[in-house]
Design a protein around this ligand. Structure first.
Ligand code: NAD
Ligand code: MG
Length: 388
């Protein structure tokens, strides 16, 4: 990297991670600052237009083609280019920027993030599906492109911070912390009837709708287990989960000598985002400081795979390998959308996902991205067929 000002594009700038990223950018010291190249959103074009103007982006893209004209009108006279749809997203990912923040939610983020990885951009990775669905193929694409992969999911960012590269041989395990979500103390009977409104109310983190509900079902942690396996080259047995309701320890790495290194901070995504933006240096961030005297205690509980079967499904996907990650994720996304639409009970999300995973357990491993997309599509198709 030269000493010139670095540049960044944000895929999914209008979401929770996207807006937090723009917030961190405005707080960086001049020497750490970035030029903003491309910003993308989906439905919320007013916010997208406002962001593009405020950050002097060169390109604003809406994923929603029907909003192209409206976005163009909002941007007229600004000199900011406008594009839409899948080609627009690929244009944003391909535009020359040193770093790309991958913060589109769901499988929609896969194609654009891959395009950015292939051209060698540093990838600040918030989107989980790239690793869950495409796994080693995605890692290979980043390696071939030559850019860095900087995890932004807070648990993986924490592990990245405390994983000593020169001690890789001595890594015994990684321990992902989980808040337990809003239903940590619920019985299965209580969970059976929960609504979207209660499921989305996360006790510690403020996040997008889908990831908040995935946190309540612990499918979020399931995705993170698979994500960790690929990101850090671990075996399924090396990936552990511990429930830690305060979300102060963001995750840990255990070494062969019994030492455990942890990263701690207030539950604020700007920690992980800021770490990725500053990397490899650390820099100042406008986040709350921990007051240990006020905290006074940190609690831990073993995760319960009977109430939260998503964790068991993640293990199943990791040990089966192949495209089971893509299948788990595709089926889960369909079930999640049905739950959000009020068409599926909360606990049925895991039941449908497991049934689809079992049906597609024999699919061969992916050798190309097309195989990944095919597995994802087949899983969605089968999950839809199981909806009430
Ligand atoms: P969000 O729903 O708040 O924002 C998603 C962004 O993607 C928005 O800009 C939205 O316009 C865009 N988008 C939605 N559908 C799209 C589509 N079909 N095509 C293109 N763009 C589309 O989500 P978020 O909470 O910011 O999460 C973003 C990603 O980061 C997710 O994969 C999530 O799992 C991951 N993540 C989020 C957090 C968090 O704290 N929010 C933490 C860790 C990881
Ligand atoms: Mg996380």
């Amino acid at each position: 990297m030269t000493s010139a000002r670095r540049s960044i594009s944000i895929l999914g700038s209008t979401g929770s991670i996207g807006t937090n990223t723009l917030d961190v950018l405005t707080h960086l010291d001049e020497a750490d600052g970035f030029e903003v190249v491309a910003l993308t959103g989906a439905g919320n074009i007013e916010l997208l237009a406002e962001q593009a103007k405020a950050h002097r982006a060169k390109l604003a893209v809406t994923a929603d083609e029907s909003q192209y004209v409206a976005l163009r009108d909002l941007m007229s006279g600004t000199g900011i280019e406008v594009a839409a749809g899948q080609t627009g997203l690929l244009e944003a990912a391909s535009a020359e920027a040193d770093m790309v923040m991958a913060a589109i939610v769901g499988t929609a983020g896969l194609g654009p993030t891959l395009a950015a990885a292939k051209r060698g951009a540093d990838i600040a990775l918030a989107n989980k599906e790239c690793l869950v669905s495409a796994g080693d193929l995605f890692i290979s694409a980043v390696k071939a492109g030559g850019g860095r992969l900087l995890p932004v999911d807070s648990e993986h960012n924490a592990i990245f911070q405390v994983l000593e590269e020169n001690q890789r041989h001595a890594i015994e395990r990684v321990i992902l912390t989980a808040s337990g979500g809003p239903f940590r103390t619920f019985t299965r009977e209580q969970m059976a009837g929960v609504t979207v409104e209660t499921a989305r109310a996360h006790p510690n983190w403020s996040m997008g709708l889908k990831i908040s509900i995935d946190s309540a079902s612990m499918f979020n942690k399931a995705l993170e287990m698979i994500e960790a396996k690929h990101l850090f080259g671990l075996s399924p047995e090396q990936v552990e989960v511990i429930v830690h309701p305060q979300s102060i320890i963001h995750s840990m790495v255990g070494y062969a000598d019994g030492s455990v290194l942890a990263q701690l901070g207030c539950p604020d995504m700007r920690h992980a985002i800021g770490y990725a933006l500053h990397y490899p240096r650390r820099g100042k961030l406008p986040v709350e400081r921990l007051d240990f005297a006020k905290l006074s205690r940190l609690d831990f509980e073993a995760p319960d795979e009977t109430r939260f079967p998503a964790l068991r499904l993640a293990r199943l996907a990791m040990t089966r390998g192949g495209v089971q990650g893509a299948v788990l994720n595709g089926a889960k996304e369909v079930a999640l959308e049905a739950f959000i639409a009020g068409e599926l009970p909360f606990l049925a999300m895991a039941e449908i996902t497991e049934a689809v995973m079992d049906e597609l357990a024999q699919l061969p491993p992916a050798t190309t991205m097309d195989d990944v997309f095919a597995a994802d599509l087949e899983a969605r198709h089968r999950a839809k067929a199981k909806l009430p």
